[in-house]
Design a protein around this ligand. Structure first.
Ligand SMILES: Nc1ncnc2c1ncn2[C@@H]1O[C@H](COP(=O)(O)OP(=O)(O)OP(=O)(O)O)[C@@H](O)[C@H]1O
Ligand SMILES: [Mg+2]
Length: 284
C-alpha cells in the first residue's frame, strides 16, 4: 500500500552544527497511526514541523501522499498543509468565536458555500458527540469538550492526515482518555493517517489496547486487548533516543522486546505505579 507520510533518511539540525534528528525513516499508511515517544528535546515536534513543511531537513526526503515536499515552494506547501489537521497541546480555540464558528473557520477561509459549511460542521460535531449549544463560547465548555472541539476543528473538511503534538499534556485522566478515544476513532473508523506524539504512558496504554469497529448494523463497538478479535495492526510505536529511532514496531513487538531500555518502557506500560521510573527515563 502506498504510504501517506514517509520519511526517508531524514537529518535535521537547527544550527547547522548539531543534528536533532539523524537518519530518521518511517512511514504511515492509510488509516494507520504512528505513536512517537521520546524524552524532552528528542525531536518529536521537529518531526511534525518537518511533516508540515514548516522547516526543511538538511538531508533526506519527506513524502506526503507520495509527493516529495522538501523542495516545494511556500505556495505549494500551503496546498499540502490543507490536507493535514493539527492538534497541539494547547488545543487553542478562538475564545471570541462560538463552537460552530471555530469549527467552520478553516472552511470559510477556503471559501466553502454556507450550506456545505453547515453540513460539514454538524457532521464533525456529531462525530465528537457534541451535544451542547453550538453557539456557546469555548469558555462555557468543560476542558474535555474544548479539546474535543479542537479535534473537530482540526478534522473539518476531512483532511486525511492528523498530527497530534502532546494533545493530552496537562489534562486530567478522564479528559485525556476522551481525547485518545477520539484519536483512535479517527484512526479505526475514518481511515485517517496520524502521528501521535506523547510522553504519557497512559496514552500509549490506551491507544494500544482499543480498536473500534462497526457492526453490520452500523453500530460502533470498541474491542479491547482481551477480546479474541482484537488485533491492532494499524498502529506502530517509535521510540526516539539520542536523535535516532531507537525502537520501531507494533504493540506486540513493543511488549515482547528484550531490549533493556524498551523493557523499562514496557514495565512502565504495565504498571501504573512505575510512572515515576518512566518519567525518569523521559528526562534522560
Ligand atoms: N527553533 C529552534 N531553534 C533551535 N533549536 C531548536 C528549535 N526548536 C527546537 N530546537 C531544539 O531541537 C531539539 C528537539 O526539539 P523538539 O521540539 O523537536 O523536541 P521534543 O521532542 O518535541 O521535546 P518536548 O517533549 O520538550 O516537546 C531540542 O534540543 C530543542 O532545543
Ligand atoms: Mg515537542
Amino acid at each position: 500500500m502506498p504510504s501517506v507520510i514517509e520519511f526517508r533518511n531524514v537529518w535535521h539540525s537547527y544550527d547547522g552544527e548539531h543534528f536533532v534528528l539523524e537518519d530518521i525513516s518511517f512511514s504511515v499508511g492509510p488509516g494507520e497511526m504512528t505513536v512517537i515517544l521520546g524524552g524532552s528535546g528528542s525531536g518529536k515536534s521537529t518531526i511534525l514541523r518537518l511533516t508540515l513543511g514548516l522547516i526543511r531537513p538538511d538531508e533526506g526526503e519527506i513524502l506526503i501522499q507520495g509527493q516529495e515536499i522538501t523542495s516545494l515552494t511556500e505556495q505549494e506547501l500551503l496546498k499540502v498543509r490543507r490536507k493535514i489537521g493539527i492538534v497541539f497541546q494547547s488545543g487553542a480555540l478562538f475564545d471570541s468565536l462560538s463552537v460552530y464558528e471555530n469549527v467552520a473557520y478553516r472552511l470559510r477561509e477556503e471559501g466553502w458555500p454556507e450550506d456545505r459549511i453547515e453540513e460539514e460542521v454538524m457532521r464533525q460535531l456529531a462525530f465528537i458527540d457534541f451535544k451542547g449549544d453550538v453557539h456557546a463560547l469555548p469558555g462555557e465548555l468543560s476542558g474535555g469538550m474544548r479539546r474535543a472541539v479542537a479535534i473537530a476543528r482540526a478534522m473539518v473538511g476531512g483532511p486525511e492526515i492528523l498530527l497530534f503534538d502532546e494533545p493530552t499534556a496537562g489534562l486530567d485522566p478522564p479528559t485525556a482518555r476522551t481525547l485518545c478515544e477520539l484519536a483512535a476513532k479517527y484512526r479505526d473508523l475514518q481511515g485517517v493517517s496520524s502521528i501521535f506524539v506523547t510522553h504519557r504512558m497512559d496514552d500509549v496504554r490506551f491507544l494500544s489496547s482499543i480498536l473500534y469497529t462497526r457492526t453490520a448494523a452500523g453500530e460502533i463497538v470498541a474491542l479491547h486487548r482481551e477480546d479474541d478479535a482484537f488485533s491492532l495492526i494499524n498502529t506502530r510505536f517509535l521510540i526516539l533516543r539520542h536523535h535516532r529511532i531507537y525502537f520501531s514496531g507494533t504493540e506486540e513487538q513493543l511488549r515482547r522486546s528484550e531490549d533493556p531500555y524498551v523493557r523499562e518502557f514496557i514495565g512502565a506500560l504495565e504498571e501504573i505505579e512505575e510512572q515515576e521510573v518512566f518519567e525518569e527515563l523521559m528526562l534522560e
